[in-house]
Design a protein around this ligand. Structure first.
Ligand SMILES: O=P(O)(O)OP(=O)(O)OP(=O)(O)OC[C@H]1O[C@@H](n2cnc3c(O)ncnc32)[C@H](O)[C@@H]1O
Ligand SMILES: [Mg+2]
Length: 197
């Protein structure tokens, strides 16, 4: 069976990649299964693109094989783009989704509904040893809810209402999320993913 390695330890992302590649008969492996002992790649870049590149290139070099990485996050207009590239650790290094959502709601307490516009951004990097890394960017526009709702997905999904919807991303099924998400919009642009297998 063909196999793709994704340089991530985020189970929510991994589940979405499994769904995307299943129809092609491709197995998805992440650092959770194959490289538990590897140190975390430090996300020292100042953009999604830089961090996706760091993760893909460092793991590709360590494993000496092609690797896909995903750097993503939530960009909130009323917070001048925060949490942005710091989305995973917005409320601290322990990376708690619950704490991140509470902090976001608190920081938007005074912000009325029509000013709560935001977008999810995902940058994918394909690193192949000896080749130039390629990048793909996907976006999903929406707004931040007044209260968390729903239990599907991960991260900020309970607070994110995609444009054209009344429900949060966490109230949508995974199939519905995967049609409109930033991650799916980036994946749909991958023309050279067969290089990864
Ligand atoms: O770096 P890796 O190991 O891939 O895992 P991570 O969780 O640290 O991933 P990022 O550095 O890319 O940070 C992304 C954060 O943005 C948020 N996020 C990204 N995609 C999301 C999605 O589809 N739904 C909800 N929140 C999302 C969520 O808080 C993630 O932890
Ligand atoms: Mg990370």
């Amino acid at each position: 069976m063909k196999e793709i390695i994704i340089a991530t330890r985020n189970k929510g992302k991994v589940n979405e990649f499994i769904d995307f590649f299943k129809p092609y008969g491709i197995k998805v492996q992440s650092l959770l299964e194959i490289a538990e002992q590897l140190p975390d790649v430090e996300e020292t870049g100042d953009s999604f693109a830089e961090n996706a590149t760091l993760k893909a290139e460092q793991i590709a070099e360590l494993l000496n094989r092609p690797v896909l990485a995903d750097d993503s996050g939530l960009v909130v207009d009323a917070l001048h783009g925060a949490p942005g590239i710091y989305s995973a650790r917005y409320a601290g290094e322990e990376k708690s989704d619950e704490a991140n959502n509470q902090k976001l709601l608190k920081n938007l307490q005074e912000v009325p509904q029509d000013k709560r516009t935001a977008r999810f951004v995902c940058v994918l990097a394909i690193a192949v040893p000896g080749e130039e890394t390629t990048l793909y960017r996907g976006v999903c526009e929406g707004k931040i809810a007044l209260n968390p709702k729903g239990t599907n997905g991960f991260g900020y999904d309970p607070l994110f209402i995609p444009n054209g919807y009344q429900q949060t991303m966490a109230e949508l099924s995974s199939a519905e999320k995967n049609q409109i998400s930033h991650r799916s919009n980036a994946i749909k642009q991958l023309k050279n993913w067969e290089k990864l297998t």
